[in-house]
Design a binder for this molecule. Sequence first.
Ligand code: MN
Length: 202
Amino acid sequence: MAFQLSPLPYAADALAPAISAETLSFHHGKHHQTYVDKMNAAIEGTAHADASLEAIIAASRGTNQGLFNNSAQTWNHAFYWHSMAPSSTAPSADLAAKIDEAFGSLDALKQQLKDRGAGHFASGWVWLAEKGGKLSIEETHDADTLADSGFNPLLVLDVWEHAYYLDHQNKRPSYLDAVVEGKLNLAFASENLARGTVWTYA
Ligand code: MN
């Protein structure tokens, strides 16, 4: 069964000016849609046709790079849309305690997310993740994902240039500052922490 493009959980202009409606229209309507379409074309008529997205990612890792890239990017982008909100949301008490334990404070976590995102070489993703009850910031390159990694991903930031170029040109730190300080969906991260299992594509 073909996968549908995961809908944006807010209006296309809801993240402006950090991320404009124009950027979201290309990033969701063109980039994300293309990953979904290429994945659907690759699984049609194969053993993957009725599998979950998470199973396709795990099965194609290291064995079918094209399918892995498109399925991982389909998952990563859906997870990224939910990682942001029109205004930043608050962490649960449990998440807040784990943030303090791992980073010292919420402000320190935000600074580390910005620093790691700015320092990430070329395209990729910067994650807040949990494993064994401990939080950490993780980076993945290109399409790589934490969906099948043994981590429980809590939220992610897209640091591919297409995520920010129309609004911030080459200034990735400007994009990261606007998103981390104003659009971070820590309520979503709290839900993922409380569930204790990896979010599934919707
Ligand atoms: Mn992207």
